[in-house]
Ligand binder design. Structure first.
Ligand SMILES: Nc1ncnc2c1ncn2[C@@H]1O[C@H](COP(=O)(O)OP(=O)(O)OP(=O)(O)O)[C@@H](O)[C@H]1O
Ligand SMILES: [Mg+2]
Length: 325
């Protein structure tokens, strides 16, 4: 009878084993090849989502073991130098990734600034150009009215009334698009102004409650305004809510702002994985907040309304910080 000899499959080395082996090689022989292994280990650590604490703790343990076995002060010194070089090489991919993120955030900020300039331009165009055109229409109507009999004059009067409403609405839109109150008085009065307009137009109640006063750096105020603006648009457009509550406060060194509606709610996962249903609003909110160091969490389910929570570390939202205008 044949006896089958089963070969043991070699399991791949764990990150810790690889690290100790490469570190050992570098501490013993030095050389570029071992440093190359350190760099590759750094890349692997990022892929495996190892924290910097895990790596430094692993490094510390390995070094501790080596120092215990090493003889003499000179060898200890050599080991310490090699350890610093090896660790620096392992962490260099983290450094590069960090710089990459910083660059991306910088680009995002720039993009938002360009977008804000464009919004300003459109807001002024709606306000000034459309406004002037409407004035011209009013004047033309007055001319026409002069030559009309009384009954038709009345009809023209009704058209005048409608035009006045269009003008008022356009002015309101242009102010909400880029409220001067945002620059002059800050984000909280601007949000109150916006909430009032949304409530009137949408026929819903929008309550703003805040325990926060003072100004924030201008790019932070603009980002918060844009995020809340989109949240209110979604609450009227999708949720068909009858009530919205905006709460702004500080908790545990964080500026927090929640926007809650009593509308129809939605399945967050299904929406985000469905390309057709995925709009720009929610991802735009996240990007705006990322660019200022903040986060957005969403709590919603069909039939349960929606609650958005914005969180911003106090350092980023410090009211006394330099106003970058
Ligand atoms: N407050 C809400 N209540 C109910 N559904 C919501 C709410 N907010 C978002 N949604 C759902 O999530 C989807 C994605 O929202 P998002 O703001 O990203 O895009 P959009 O509003 O559809 O389009 P865009 O914002 O680009 O104009 C919406 O289509 C809607 O189905
Ligand atoms: Mg939207």
């Amino acid at each position: 009878m044949k006896t089958a000899t089963k070969r043991k499959r070699k399991t791949p080395a764990t990150f810790g084993e690889e690290y100790r082996s490469a570190f050992d090689e570098y501490a013993r022989d030095g050389g570029e090849a071992a440093l190359g292994r350190a760099y590759e280990l750094g890349r692997r650590a990022i892929t495996e989502k190892k924290s910097l604490m895990e790596i430094t703790s692993l490094h510390h343990q390995a070094l501790h073991g080596m120092l215990a076995e090493a003889q003499g002060a000179a060898r200890h010194q050599e080991l310490l130098t090699a350890a610093a070089e090896f660790l620096a090489e392992t962490l260099s991919p983290y450094e590069m990734a960090h710089r990459g993120v910083q660059d991306a955030i910088g680009a995002l900020r720039q993009l938002n600034e360009t977008l804000e300039e464009e919004i300003k331009r459109i807001a002024y165009a709606v306000h000034d150009e459309a406004g002037q055109l409407l004035v011209a229409v009013h004047l033309a109507l007055v001319e026409v009215a002069r030559e009309l009999p009384e009954r038709q004059k009345e009809q023209l009067g009704r058209i005048e009334e409608l035009l006045k409403q269009v003008e008022k609405q356009l002015r309101r839109y242009s102010h909400e698009l880029r409220p001067t109150v945002l620059d002059d008085l800050g984000w909280i009065p601007a949000i109150r102004f916006l909430a009032e307009g949304v409530a009137k137009r949408g026929g819903l109640s929008v309550k703003v409650k805040t325990a926060v006063t003072g100004r924030l750096p201008s790019q932070v105020e603009i980002a918060l305004y844009r995020v809340i603006q989109e949240a209110l648009t979604n609450a009227t457009k999708h949720a068909k809510a009858s009530r919205v509550w905006i709460w702004i406060g500080r908790q545990n060194r964080m500026l927090k702002c929640s926007i809650e509606d009593d509308g129809k709610g939605f399945d967050i996962r299904a929406t985000q994985s469905d390309r057709k249903r995925r709009g720009l609003g929610l991802s735009g909110m996240r990007e705006r907040l990322n660019a200022i160091g903040g986060t957005l969490s969403i709590d919603s389910a069909p039939g349960r309304g929606t609650k958005l929570l914005i969180q911003l570390p106090t350092e980023a939202s410090n009211a006394n910080s330099h106003r970058a205008r």
